[in-house]
Design a protein around this ligand. Structure first.
Ligand code: PLP
Length: 414
C-alpha cells in the first residue's frame, strides 16, 4: 500500500534528484549557466513557456532539490534557498513591503534581524515597531493602517521566550496581513509551518538544518495560504492574477531574489541536503541533552537562573509544550551572576566552543551582551532579555555526561 512519506522519510528522500551513473546523493551542479541548442528554446524558458534552468543566481538543480525538500517538510508550498538566513529575511521582507509600509515585529529577535529592521530598512522608508510577542493585546493594538507584516521568531534568540504563534497568526489574519515566522531555533522538527499557522517561514539553514557548522545558508518557505488579493498589497496584483496562492513566491523570484542576487551556492545546497537528513535524530538528542544540562544548571549553587522552556517552572513551559509537543529545542541560557563570572565559566570550558553560532553538533557558548548584542543600548538589551550575566548555550549532541562534566569543572573553578 502506498503511503505519503512522513517527516523523517522526507528528510532523506524529499525532492531528491538522481545523480549521474546511479549516484544517490543529490548531485552538485556547479555551473553558472545552462546552454540551449536553439534561441527559441532559451526564449521559451525566459518567458516561462518552458521549464528549464537559466542562470544559477535565478535557479540551480542542486538548490532546487533542497528547496523542494524544505517545502515538503513544512507541510507543502514552495521554497527559495538563499545565501544566508539574513538573505532569506531580507528577500522575504522586501518582497512584501514597499516604502511607507510598516512591520510589527517581536522585540525578542536575533540581533542581525533587529539591526536589519531598525538600522537598514528604516533608511528605505520601511519602519518597524517592536512589541512584546507574549503580550497578545499589545500586538493587536500595535497593528495600524500602514502595518503590512507581523514578524516573529518561534523561539526568540537569545531570550528563548516562546510566543503563541497560532494566536499571533489569528491577530495578523484579522488585520488582513501575513505572519512571517523565523523558525531557525525550532526547525520544522519541533513544529511545521502548517502546524503553527505561519504564512511564510524563514530560517537560517546555517544552524540545525546543516547541523555541523560547515555552511552559511537560508531559506524562505511560502505555504501558499495567504490571500494577497487585497488593497493592502496592490503591488501583488499582477502576481496574484497569474500565480494565485503563490503570488509571494512569484514576486520574490521574479523581482527581489533575482535582483538582490543573494542566491545559494550549489555546493552549500549540497551540504544542506546531506546535513538535513539527520535533522530528526540530531534534534531529538539536542533536546534531551539541553534538558539534562538545564536541570543540572538549575540545581547548581553558582547559577543564578536558567532559561529553558523544558523546565517545568519556566514561564514558557505551557505554551512551548502545547505548540511543540514536549520538545523544547537545543538552546538554553543561564545567568552566572555577573559578567566576570560569565566570562570565567566560558573561559573554563574545555569541550564547549566559545563562538558566534548555534545548531552545531558541538556544544557552543557565547556571552551575547559583549558580542552579538554589543551594539545595543541598555534599553534594547533589556528588551531582548540580554543581561550582563547571561551565557547562551547551544547544547550539542555529544554524550550528555561529558557536557555536564565540562560545565561542572568550569563552574567549580569560579
Ligand atoms: C533566529 C535567527 N535568524 C536568522 C539568523 C541569521 O542567519 P545567518 O547567520 O545564516 O544569516 C540567525 C543567525 O544566528 C538566527 O539565529
Amino acid at each position: 500500500m502506498e503511503t505519503t512519506p512522513r517527516f523523517d522519510t522526507l528528510l532523506i528522500h524529499g525532492g531528491s534528484i538522481p545523480g549521474p551513473a546511479g549516484a544517490t546523493s543529490v548531485p552538485i551542479v556547479q555551473s553558472s549557466s545552462y546552454a540551449y541548442e536553439k534561441a527559441e528554446e532559451l526564449e521559451d524558458v525566459f518567458r516561462g513557456r518552458a521549464v528549464g534552468q537559466v542562470y544559477t543566481r535565478i535557479g540551480n538543480p542542486t538548490t532546487e532539490a533542497l528547496e523542494k525538500r524544505l517545502a515538503l517538510l513544512e507541510g507543502g508550498g514552495t521554497a527559495i534557498a538563499t545565501a544566508s538566513g539574513m538573505a532569506a529575511i531580507t528577500t522575504a521582507v522586501l518582497t512584501i513591503l514597499r516604502a511607507g509600509d510598516e512591520i510589527l515585529a517581536s522585540s525578542s529577535l536575533f540581533g542581525g534581524t533587529f539591526s536589519l529592521f531598525r538600522d537598514t530598512l528604516s533608511n528605505y522608508g520601511i519602519t518597524t515597531h517592536f512589541v512584546d510577542p507574549l503580550d497578545l493585546s499589545a500586538v493587536a493594538a500595535g497593528v495600524n493602517e500602514r502595518t503590512r507584516l507581523l514578524f516573529v521568531e518561534t523561539i526568540g534568540n537569545p531570550k528563548l521566550d516562546v510566543p503563541d504563534i497560532p494566536a499571533l497568526a489569528d491577530i495578523a489574519h484579522a488585520a488582513g496581513i501575513p505572519i512571517l515566522v523565523d523558525s531557525t531555533v525550532s526547525t520544522p522538527w519541533l513544529a511545521t509551518g502548517a502546524q503553527l499557522g505561519a504564512d511564510i517561514l524563514t530560517y537560517s539553514t546555517s544552524k540545525y538544518i546543516n547541523g555541523t557548522g560547515t555552511t552559511i545558508g537560508g531559506a524562505i518557505v511560502d505555504r501558499g495560504v495567504f490571500n494577497w488579493n487585497s488593497p493592502k498589497f496592490p503591488h501583488f496584483e499582477p502576481f496574484h492574477k497569474k500565480y494565485r496562492a503563490f503570488a509571494f513566491t512569484a514576486r520574490a523570484r521574479k523581482l527581489v531574489h533575482k535582483d538582490v542576487g543573494a542566491c545559494a551556492a550549489p555546493f552549500n545546497s549540497f551540504l544542506l541536503t546531506e546535513g538535513i537528513q539527520t535533522l530528526a535524530l540530531r534534534m531529538e538528542r539536542h533536546c534531551a541533552n539541553a534538558l539534562n544540562l538545564a536541570r543540572f544548571l538549575a540545581a547548581h549553587p553558582k547559577v543564578a537562573w536558567v532559561g529553558y522552556s523544558g523546565l517545568e517552572d519556566s514561564p514558557h513551559h505551557a505554551v512551548a509544550s502545547r505548540l511543540y509537543g514536549g520538545r523544547h529545542g537545543g538552546l538554553l541560557v543561564f545567568g552566572a551572576g555577573d559578567k566576570a563570572s560569565a566570562f570565567k565559566v566560558i573561559n573554563g570550558l574545555n569541550m564547549a566552543k566559545n563562538l558566534a553560532n548555534i545548531g552545531d553538533a558541538k556544544t557552543l557558548v557565547i556571552h551575547p551582551a559583549s558580542t552579538i548584542c554589543a551594539d545595543y543600548n541598555a534599553e534594547e538589551k533589556a528588551l531582548m532579555g540580554v543581561t550582563e550575566d547571561l551565557v547562551r548555550v547551544s547544547v550539542g549532541i555529544e554524550d550528555s555526561r561529558d557536557i555536564i562534566a565540562d560545565f561542572t569543572q568550569a563552574l567549580d573553578a569560579i
